[in-house]
Design a binder for this molecule. Sequence first.
Ligand code: S3P
Length: 183
Amino acid sequence: MNEEKPQPAKNIILVGFMGSGKSTIGRELGNLLSYPLIDTDSQIEELEKISIADIFSLKGEPHFRSCETQVVENLIEQGLTHHIIATGGGLPVREENRPLLQKLGYVVWLDANSDTILERTSRTNTRPLLQTENPRETIERMLEKRNSIYQDVAHLRLQTSGLSIAETAHGILESARYFFGHS
Ligand code: S3P
Protein backbone atom coordinates (compact mmCIF):
# COMPACT_ATOMS: atom_id res chain seq x y z
CA MET A 1 0.00 0.00 0.00
CA ASN A 2 1.19 3.47 -0.78
CA GLU A 3 -0.33 5.64 1.95
CA GLU A 4 1.35 9.03 1.95
CA LYS A 5 1.12 11.19 5.07
CA PRO A 6 -0.88 14.34 4.25
CA GLN A 7 1.37 17.38 3.82
CA PRO A 8 1.07 20.05 6.50
CA ALA A 9 -0.15 23.44 5.28
CA LYS A 10 2.60 25.98 4.52
CA ASN A 11 2.35 27.97 7.75
CA ILE A 12 4.78 28.37 10.62
CA ILE A 13 3.20 27.77 14.04
CA LEU A 14 4.93 29.04 17.18
CA VAL A 15 4.23 27.21 20.42
CA GLY A 16 5.79 27.62 23.85
CA PHE A 17 5.25 28.91 27.34
CA MET A 18 3.96 32.40 28.15
CA GLY A 19 6.81 34.87 27.65
CA SER A 20 8.81 32.57 25.38
CA GLY A 21 8.77 35.21 22.63
CA LYS A 22 6.09 33.86 20.26
CA SER A 23 4.65 37.29 19.39
CA THR A 24 8.05 38.97 18.99
CA ILE A 25 9.51 36.17 16.88
CA GLY A 26 6.22 35.89 15.00
CA ARG A 27 6.43 39.56 14.01
CA GLU A 28 10.05 39.15 12.89
CA LEU A 29 9.23 36.07 10.79
CA GLY A 30 6.23 37.86 9.33
CA ASN A 31 8.47 40.75 8.26
CA LEU A 32 11.16 38.49 6.82
CA LEU A 33 8.74 36.38 4.81
CA SER A 34 6.05 39.01 4.19
CA TYR A 35 3.53 36.61 5.73
CA PRO A 36 0.67 37.94 7.87
CA LEU A 37 0.82 37.12 11.59
CA ILE A 38 -2.17 35.54 13.30
CA ASP A 39 -2.36 35.42 17.08
CA THR A 40 -4.79 32.84 18.48
CA ASP A 41 -5.42 34.92 21.65
CA SER A 42 -6.41 37.94 19.52
CA GLN A 43 -8.70 35.74 17.42
CA ILE A 44 -10.42 34.53 20.58
CA GLU A 45 -10.81 38.08 21.88
CA GLU A 46 -12.42 39.06 18.57
CA LEU A 47 -14.71 36.04 18.67
CA GLU A 48 -15.79 36.61 22.28
CA LYS A 49 -15.58 40.43 22.19
CA ILE A 50 -13.90 40.53 25.61
CA SER A 51 -10.32 40.27 26.88
CA ILE A 52 -8.59 36.97 27.70
CA ALA A 53 -8.57 37.96 31.39
CA ASP A 54 -12.34 38.55 31.27
CA ILE A 55 -12.95 35.25 29.47
CA PHE A 56 -11.10 33.45 32.29
CA SER A 57 -12.94 35.28 35.06
CA LEU A 58 -16.43 35.41 33.52
CA LYS A 59 -16.61 32.20 31.49
CA GLY A 60 -13.86 30.02 32.98
CA GLU A 61 -10.75 28.31 31.64
CA PRO A 62 -12.58 25.30 30.05
CA HIS A 63 -14.55 27.73 27.88
CA PHE A 64 -11.32 29.49 26.86
CA ARG A 65 -9.76 26.11 25.94
CA SER A 66 -12.77 25.28 23.75
CA CYS A 67 -12.33 28.63 21.99
CA GLU A 68 -8.69 27.71 21.30
CA THR A 69 -9.74 24.45 19.61
CA GLN A 70 -12.42 26.31 17.66
CA VAL A 71 -9.93 28.89 16.38
CA VAL A 72 -7.47 26.23 15.18
CA GLU A 73 -10.26 24.26 13.50
CA ASN A 74 -11.44 27.43 11.76
CA LEU A 75 -7.95 28.14 10.43
CA ILE A 76 -7.70 24.60 9.04
CA GLU A 77 -11.16 24.82 7.47
CA GLN A 78 -10.24 28.12 5.79
CA GLY A 79 -7.30 26.31 4.16
CA LEU A 80 -4.94 28.90 5.64
CA THR A 81 -1.49 29.00 4.06
CA HIS A 82 1.61 31.28 4.09
CA HIS A 83 0.92 32.69 7.54
CA ILE A 84 2.77 32.84 10.84
CA ILE A 85 0.62 31.71 13.75
CA ALA A 86 1.49 32.60 17.34
CA THR A 87 -0.44 30.38 19.74
CA GLY A 88 -1.43 30.84 23.39
CA GLY A 89 0.96 28.99 25.70
CA GLY A 90 -1.63 26.42 26.77
CA LEU A 91 -3.04 25.61 23.35
CA PRO A 92 -1.15 22.34 22.80
CA VAL A 93 -2.16 21.05 26.26
CA ARG A 94 -5.49 19.69 24.97
CA GLU A 95 -4.47 16.49 23.29
CA GLU A 96 -6.89 16.92 20.38
CA ASN A 97 -5.22 20.22 19.46
CA ARG A 98 -1.82 18.65 18.81
CA PRO A 99 -2.58 16.82 15.52
CA LEU A 100 -4.53 19.91 14.44
CA LEU A 101 -1.46 22.11 14.92
CA GLN A 102 0.69 19.66 13.00
CA LYS A 103 -1.81 19.70 10.16
CA LEU A 104 -1.83 23.50 10.14
CA GLY A 105 1.91 23.82 9.55
CA TYR A 106 5.48 23.54 10.73
CA VAL A 107 5.36 23.61 14.53
CA VAL A 108 8.23 25.36 16.30
CA TRP A 109 8.67 25.23 20.09
CA LEU A 110 10.31 28.37 21.43
CA ASP A 111 11.92 26.99 24.56
CA ALA A 112 12.95 29.50 27.24
CA ASN A 113 14.13 29.02 30.81
CA SER A 114 12.11 30.01 33.88
CA ASP A 115 14.28 33.08 34.64
CA THR A 116 13.64 34.52 31.17
CA ILE A 117 9.94 33.69 31.40
CA LEU A 118 9.58 35.24 34.86
CA GLU A 119 11.40 38.38 33.78
CA ARG A 120 9.22 38.84 30.68
CA THR A 121 5.86 37.90 32.17
CA SER A 122 6.26 40.04 35.30
CA ARG A 123 6.12 43.18 33.12
CA THR A 124 2.32 42.88 32.72
CA ASN A 125 -0.59 41.43 34.67
CA THR A 126 -2.58 40.28 31.63
CA ARG A 127 -2.01 36.56 32.15
CA PRO A 128 -4.61 35.16 34.54
CA LEU A 129 -2.70 31.91 35.22
CA LEU A 130 0.32 33.81 36.54
CA GLN A 131 -1.55 36.07 38.97
CA THR A 132 -0.49 33.93 41.93
CA GLU A 133 1.38 34.59 45.17
CA ASN A 134 4.49 32.95 43.86
CA PRO A 135 4.73 33.29 40.07
CA ARG A 136 8.18 31.63 39.93
CA GLU A 137 6.84 28.50 41.57
CA THR A 138 3.77 28.57 39.31
CA ILE A 139 5.95 28.89 36.19
CA GLU A 140 8.25 26.06 37.29
CA ARG A 141 5.34 23.75 38.10
CA MET A 142 3.60 24.47 34.80
CA LEU A 143 6.82 24.12 32.80
CA GLU A 144 7.41 20.71 34.31
CA LYS A 145 4.00 19.59 33.10
CA ARG A 146 4.09 21.28 29.73
CA ASN A 147 7.62 20.77 28.41
CA SER A 148 6.93 17.17 27.35
CA ILE A 149 3.76 18.37 25.60
CA TYR A 150 5.64 21.02 23.60
CA GLN A 151 8.26 18.41 22.80
CA ASP A 152 5.55 16.05 21.61
CA VAL A 153 3.83 18.50 19.25
CA ALA A 154 6.84 20.37 17.83
CA HIS A 155 8.69 19.60 14.61
CA LEU A 156 11.51 21.84 15.87
CA ARG A 157 12.66 22.81 19.36
CA LEU A 158 14.65 25.99 19.62
CA GLN A 159 16.34 27.02 22.87
CA THR A 160 15.99 30.80 22.64
CA SER A 161 17.70 32.01 25.82
CA GLY A 162 20.87 33.77 24.68
CA LEU A 163 19.80 34.10 21.03
CA SER A 164 18.84 37.43 19.47
CA ILE A 165 15.47 37.89 17.78
CA ALA A 166 17.17 37.89 14.37
CA GLU A 167 19.18 34.73 15.13
CA THR A 168 16.07 32.90 16.32
CA ALA A 169 14.00 33.96 13.32
CA HIS A 170 16.73 33.01 10.82
CA GLY A 171 17.18 29.62 12.49
CA ILE A 172 13.45 28.95 12.15
CA LEU A 173 13.40 30.08 8.53
CA GLU A 174 16.21 27.79 7.52
CA SER A 175 14.65 24.76 9.22
CA ALA A 176 11.21 25.54 7.81
CA ARG A 177 12.59 25.75 4.27
CA TYR A 178 14.24 22.36 4.74
CA PHE A 179 11.07 20.89 6.25
CA PHE A 180 8.77 22.09 3.48
CA GLY A 181 11.30 21.11 0.86
CA HIS A 182 11.36 17.55 2.14
CA SER A 183 7.90 16.89 3.62
C1 S3P B 1 -2.01 30.88 28.49
C2 S3P B 1 -1.19 31.68 27.71
C3 S3P B 1 -1.60 33.00 27.22
C4 S3P B 1 -3.12 33.04 27.05
C5 S3P B 1 -3.81 32.65 28.33
C6 S3P B 1 -3.41 31.25 28.80
C7 S3P B 1 -1.49 29.57 28.98
O1 S3P B 1 -0.99 33.30 25.97
O2 S3P B 1 -3.52 32.19 26.02
O3 S3P B 1 -3.50 33.60 29.31
O4 S3P B 1 -2.28 28.71 29.42
O5 S3P B 1 -0.25 29.37 28.91
P1 S3P B 1 0.58 33.69 25.81
O6 S3P B 1 1.35 32.41 25.78
O7 S3P B 1 0.63 34.40 24.50
O8 S3P B 1 0.93 34.56 26.95
